[in-house]
Every structure is written in C-alpha cells, then in structure tokens.
Design a protein around this ligand. Structure first.
Ligand code: GLC
Length: 585
C-alpha cells in the first residue's frame, strides 16, 4: 500500500504543474493523506470508496503466446493496475466453458478453464493482487449453464432423472411449435426442441445456454456452494450476470408483441414474463446471506439493465439486504452529452429511497466503447476526459473497463467471416456482435500492441494502437491515460471526492453540469464543472448558502486553457468540453 500511496500522491501534486519535483511532492503528500485515508476507510466498507476495473481476460494480456489472454498475463500487469490507482478488478468468466458465449456458458463452476491457466495460477493472482491492495471480484453466471455442463447432460437424458427439474422443460404447443412466443435475447425463439425426450428447453440467451430452474432448491444450493468455493479462495465478491432473468412465468403467458422488428429479423417483444419477476429479489437476499457469511465485506454487483431508477433501487433490497452495487445502466446509456439528462439521473439516483451506493460505468464487454458513443468525431479525446471526470467525481463507486483509460475505441470486424461473437453472425450486418469492444489491450507499439507473441491474436489489434497505448501515453502528460491517473489519484487523496455529499448546482443550465462534493462542516469541498457542449460557456455560482466564503475556486485538475490561477465563481468561464475540478472554502 505504501508504494501505491507514494505513486498516487506524486501524480496528484504534479496535477497541472507537471514539471514539479515529484520526490518532494510524494513525501509531503503521502504523510498527510495516509492518515486521512485510513480514517475515512475505517468507516466505510471497502467497496464504497473503491474504483473497480473490469478485465476481459481473453484480451488483457497473453502470457503463453496462444493469442488469448490468461491469468498469468493479468498477474504480470498488476503493477500497472496498482499504479493506475484502482482498488479491485472484476474479471469476466474464466471457468471451463465451450466458449460459445466466450465464458458466459459455464460447464464447471468450481474450476478454471485451462485456456486461462489453473487454480494455482488463480490463487497466485489473488495473493499478488492483495499485496498491491487490489481485490479480485469473480463473474458469476447464475441464470444458465452451458449445454455441456454435466447437470444439463443428465437433465436432457430422460424425463425422470433427478436433475430433469434443474432446467426448464416444457411440451410444445403442437408439432414443431414451441410452448409460447418467448424470444431469446440473442435472437429467435427462446425454446429449443430436444428430440431425446421430445420436449423443449428454455434458453434466454444462446441455445447452448439452457436456463437453470431457480425454483428448484437443489439448484440454489449448488449455486450458493459454488459461490462459497470462490469466497473460500479469497475473492472479494461477485458480479452477478443477467440477474433479472432468473425466473420466468410458470404459466407461460405469451410476451406482448411490439411494433417493428429487431436486428435478428424477429418481431420486437416486451420481455414481460421472463424478466424482473419478483422472485429475483428472494434469490438476491439469499446470495447476500452467502457473502455475509464471510469477513471483509464481500460485495455483490448486479448486472440488470433496469428500466428506471425505481426498479434499480429495488436491487438494494428493503433493508440493505440484497445487492450493494447494482450497475446503473441509466447513466451508462444516456448516450448524448446532455447536462440536463445527466443532472436529472444523478439527482434521482443520489436520493434513491434505499439509500444505496450508486454504481456508475460507461463501457463494458457488451457495449460500444464510450470513446465512440460520447465522442463527436472531432474532439473525442477531450470528450473522453470529460466523461472520465464525470465517472470519477460523482458520488458513486465507479466501474472502469480495460482500455478506456487509454482511449480505446470500438473496432468492429469488417467481414462477416471474421466475426467471433455469435450474435454478430446471427445478426450481420445490422448487429456486428461485441468483438469491437473486446479487442486486445494496447500496451505499446510493438507487435500485437504488446498483448501477445502469437502470430494472430484471437481478435485483431486495432490500428489506433500505434498511437493509443500505455507506453506512449505514459510519456505524454496530456494523454488520456495521464488524465485518468491524475483523476484517480485526486479521488484517492480527497475525502470529499471519495465519500463526500453530492450537491447539484446551476440546476437549469442546458450545457454545463456542475456539482459540489463536500464533507461535513465543509472540511473538504470540491467544485466540479463539466462543459458538455462544443462552445465555451460562462456560468455563475453563488455558494454562500453552502457556507462557502471564497469568491473563486482553485484548480486541482482543469482543462489547460483554464490555466493555473483560481477562477472567479461569479463569472466562471469554461472552454468547450472543458473540465474543472477545484477546491473552494
Ligand atoms: C451478460 C453478459 C454477456 C453475456 C450474457 C449471457 O449480459 O454480460 O456478455 O453474453 O450475459 O450470459
């Protein structure tokens, strides 16, 4: 931890003044903030002040030259992650899998796929990460197994075997007719006929991903035991995959049909009877009890693209007894640089009725990267910094996706025959699949961007890697990476940013999003001003009501055009797509 603090504070202090002497800055800063940090951390569970970083293991670092990333590759990059300033990694699935859905189709919940290494490699990763103050969060996929899982092999073998009821089996409506109109999220009917027993099984995702029957207590027990297996090995919690899809209407009502067709050519449908059924919460409460059996506050993160904040809020549970961090897809999917829209959502989630900790992100392995979604095609790098500032200064546990810190962009396949992700094959050309956001991490400008020594990595390395890579950006004080490092370090060093209150400002402004983060008695107050528009804007802040006497704000991190001097609150001009994070008293 000491090394980490030393590095972090060097970065903060350098801030705008990049020529400062880092060794002096390190010494002074590490003394003040270590105490502050320790105090604040003592009051909160670790995940409240953590920054979490998602790793897609196939694409982070290949250590054995087979073109696919692996566990030892991740371990070899832990120093990078520590120096970046993140506190926990969530790793997408590494369990044995036929890899139809690249690991989200699991054939054994308590082992590691040899492609990624061994359990011993995993244990070493956890222990090396711990030495660097980094926790490891597993991906857990409860909704479905692989069709190659021994449970399913037994289940499909006969109508009378004990595991028959571990999955959802139903008769068709008639010859060649599935039980009802439910559709797979990945296209076409959600029912697959199995000739061995002349029944259909239900699969919310690919046909090779049969849904488990969560109404069966034996299924629950088996899955909770799998969670304990990893908790016993020291993991810090789970990101729970597709959790809202755990239950389906037992009476098999048809889902309502909506106008139009989707990318797979099927009629649009509302997943009314297969998504968000109330029993989901019963399971979440049980999962929470499982993690609560362990010391160290293991965390549950839910993946559920809830339709609104009210539904999202339910994920926390009535008595803080479900998920600590429900991923907020509302914020992730604003998909426009709209100050009013962000303000509305931030305000709403900040006041959520459960008093739950917000959990924001912009990119992941299923989404087009934020560089592309929020960029305007001209100022994308500046906008990448703007979105980073939003993610890392709001009151939330932020979740990053590997490569966003270097401005990685989505690089879709251009030919159908190159597509790896099956949904890209089913939906081509309208749906190109998710390969574009899963390309190899760009470490340097050498062969395969330093990701792999293989002739051909599993996905091609984007051409942008010659310019956008860790090595080149580490040397450039104005790079996206340097900006992220400064931000993460500032967040680490400032109690107001870590867990201070969130107070929205200038409530009506159409272009500028601004807020205060502050600790009680104004012991630490940070003003954040983000210009979401392509024009410079001038706004006015009156902070007297907040007990702020200063007439200007002192920059800690700000767009270069704003200079190093304090900015007047009564006439606050911020450049196009500008960022200002400063202190006020
Ligand atoms: C989740 C995962 C996604 C996967 C799906 C089915 O949405 O994030 O990658 O394809 O679940 O398991």
């Amino acid at each position: 931890m000491w090394n980490r603090a030393k590095f972090i504070f060097a970065i903060v202090t350098i801030g705008l003044c990049l020529s400062a002497n880092p060794s002096l800055a390190q010494q002074a800063a590490s003394q003040v903030s270590k105490a502050e940090h320790a105090h604040s951390k003592a009051q909160d569970p670790w995940w409240k002040q953590a920054v979490i970083y998602e790793i897609y293991p196939r694409s982070f670092q290949d250590s054995n030259g087979d073109g696919v990333g692996d566990i030892n590759g991740i371990t070899s990059r832990l120093d990078y992650l520590r120096d970046l300033g993140i506190d926990a990694i969530w790793i997408s699935p590494m369990y044995p899998s036929p890899l139809v859905d690249f690991g989200y189709d699991i054939s054994d919940y308590t082992a590691i796929d040899p492609l990624y290494g061994s359990l011993a490699d995993f244990d070493r990763l956890v222990s090396e990460a711990k030495k660097r103050g980094i926790r490891v969060i597993m991906d857990f996929v409860p909704n479905h197994t692989s069709d190659q899982h021994p449970w399913f092999a037994e289940s499909r073998s006969s109508r009378t075997v004990p595991k028959r009821d571990w999955y959802i089996w139903r008769d068709g409506k008639g010859p060649g007719q599935p039980p009802n109109n439910w559709q797979s999220w990945f296209g076409h009917s959600a029912w697959k006929f199995d000739p061995t027993t002349n029944q259909y099984y239900y699969h919310h995702f690919y046909t090779e991903q049969p849904d488990l029957n969560w109404r069966n207590p034996q299924v629950r027990k088996a899955m909770y035991d799998a969670m304990r297996f990893w908790l016993d090995r020291g993991v810090a919690g789970f990101r729970i995959d597709a959790v809202s899809r755990l239950f389906e209407d037992p009476d098999l009502h048809d889902d309502p049909i909506l106008p139009g067709k989707n990318a797979y050519g099927d009629p649009n449908i509302a997943h009314k009877y297969t998504d968000n059924l109330p029993e989901v919460h019963e399971v979440l409460r049980e999962m929470r009890k499982v993690v609560n059996e362990y010391p160290g506050n293991p965390v549950l993160i839910s993946e559920a693209d809830e339709p609104n904040i009210a539904e999202l809020t339910k994920m926390y549970g009535g008595k803080d007894d479900e998920v600590q961090l429900p991923m907020d897809f509302q914020i992730a999917d604003v998909n426009k640089r709209s100050a009013p829209e962000f303000r509305r959502l931030l305000n709403e989630i900040d006041k959520n009725a459960a008093g739950g900790q917000p959990h924001y992100f912009f990119s992941n392995h299923d989404q087009v990267r934020q560089w592309d979604r929020y960029g305007d095609g001209v100022h994308n790098d500046q906008i990448a910094k703007l979105i980073a500032a939003l993610l890392l200064t709001t009151r939330a546990t932020p979740l990053m996706y590997y490569g966003e810190e270097i401005g990685m962009r989505t690089t879709d396949p251009v030919r159908k025959e190159d597509v790896q992700d099956p949904i890209g094959k089913i939906g081509w050309p309208e749906e190109k699949g998710r390969d574009g956001e899963r390309t190899p991490m760009q470490w340097d400008a050498s062969k395969n961007a330093g990701f792999s020594a293989a002739q051909r990595p599993w996905l091609p390395v984007p051409p942008s890697s010659t310019e956008y890579n860790v090595k080149a950006e580490s040397k450039d004080p104005n790079s996206i990476l340097s900006f992220y490092k400064r931000l993460l370090a500032l967040r680490q060093s400032k109690p107001a940013l870590r867990d201070g209150l969130y107070l929205p400002l200038i409530g009506e402004d159409p272009y500028v999003l601004a807020y205060l983060r502050k600790k009680p008695n104004n012991s630490d107050v940070i003003l954040v001003v983000l210009n979401m528009s392509a024009e410079p804007r001038t706004v006015k802040f009156d902070l007297a009501a907040e007990g702020i006497g200063d007439s200007s704000a002192k920059p800690l991190i700000a767009s270069p055009e704003m200079g190093h001097d304090s900015t007047l609150l009564s006439h606050f001009t911020i450049p196009e797509f500008g960022v200002f994070i400063g202190s006020v008293h």
